[in-house]
Design a protein around this ligand. Sequence first.
Ligand code: NAD
Length: 256
Amino acid sequence: MMQGKKAFIFGVLNDYSLGWHIAKQLHEHGCETAFSHMPGEKFERRVVKAVAPFDPRFLTPCDVTNDADIAAAFQTAGEKFGTFDILVHSIAFAPADTFEKPFLETSRESWRTALDVSAYSLVALARAALPLMNPGGSIVTLTYHAAEKYIPNYNMMAVAKAGLECSVRYLAAELGRHPKHIRVNAVSAGAIKTLAASGTGDINSMIEHYQQKAPLPWEDGPTDVGKSALYLLSDLASGVTGEIHYVDGGYNTVGW
Ligand code: NAD
């Protein structure tokens, strides 16, 4: 399904990462892959090992809070890929104390950091990607239900996800009308054990909660997320943009 397509994927840390599961689906369907990693040898080593099964075209360092890093990453993409079809944004961060303290205690600095890394980065990456993206290209980001409803401890990350989801709609409107007709969508994933999720609170109880309440069994969330992202990134979703697509076993549809 993805033969001849090329994907630039941001946000793989290890083989638990949702970005990794999206890459797996893309790779299995014939897509070429390339990855960013946080700057530093320790991160590079981890990511090189994790993505080895996908035989990536290149890896490049990029801290998304640094404009020079973003420019350098896309310069590398231009050199190695020429053009590409798919951008995956699977990145989020908020300072640890924002998950522990009451929301009322959120500092200006924590607000700024969470929004910068978790929401503004989508806009910055989309802008840098546009000149290199092929017509009909597709961008997918990852969000969470806390953007819409109160979830204990999520605090600043919830606010950042609300900003991210709104950014998806604005980017979709502008890039859809751009001559390249680029689509922009978000997958809203249910609770899944990853490094980022472990920092947000008691992820095991959240997963149990999904398993008890969701209409469908919530047993292989990472694969479910990978498959739905594959659909949104493929031509099967050619008429779909600006969507927040829930992949949570239906959890968001129940009211108890
Ligand atoms: P993860 O820890 O595997 O991935 C988070 C990634 O963000 C890592 O690769 C990390 O290096 C990267 N990152 C953080 N700060 C960065 C920066 N300044 N520059 C560049 N990269 C940076 O965890 P994950 O759960 O796979 O998270 C991926 C996305 O999925 C996030 O947006 C997260 O909010 C979202 N999500 C996760 C869940 C879940 O339950 N795991 C649910 C819904 C949405």
